[in-house]
Write a protein that binds this ligand. Structure first.
Ligand SMILES: N[C@@H](CCC(=O)N[C@@H](CS)C(=O)NCC(=O)O)C(=O)O
Length: 131
């Protein structure tokens, strides 16, 4: 019989939520570019491909392969208001999802952000400009 106080190993508690949020923030601070992703997500594949094509280094965290992936995803939703993946951060700043990242690139702003963050070396981005 369940009670109002029954617990299970997967129940989220204020403590486990705080830990997941702290971990998400630690990951975001650990690299110039972080993509919270799921390995099977086509939008994630697209964003990772774009960053790779721009010559940017990035850290991808595949939430579907991490044991605490669901907790991290919930923490990200609480923190950024975005529950979907990809969830992209540049220089610690929340950028958004695939659409947002592509829009920044189309608007000509993504490379500058990536360069400022140190994810692309200046010469590499300039090397794409041909005579
Ligand atoms: N418009 C979003 C689409 C992202 C999206 O729909 N992602 C799916 C995975 S393919 C998602 O996060 N679904 C909810 C979930 O996996 O919990 C974007 O541009 O990033």
């Amino acid at each position: 019989m369940g009670t109002a106080f029954s617990s299970s190993s997967s129940a989220s508690t204020p403590e486990s939520r705080a830990m997941a949020l702290a971990k998400a923030k630690e990951i975001v601070a650990s690299a110039p570019v972080v993509v919270f992703s799921k390995s099977y997500c086509p939008f994630c594949v697209q964003v990772k491909k774009l960053l790779t094509q721009l010559g940017a280094s990035f850290k991808a965290v595949e939430l579907d392969t991490e044991s605490d992936g669901p907790e991290i995803q919930s923490a990200l939703a609480e923190w950024t208001g975005q529950r979907t993946v990809p969830n992209v951060f540049i220089n610690g700043k929340h950028i958004g999802g695939c659409d947002d990242t592509i829009a920044l690139n189309k608007g000509g702003k993504l490379v500058a952000l990536l360069t400022e963050a140190g994810a692309i070396s200046g010469s590499a981005s300039e090397a794409t400009v041909t005579a």
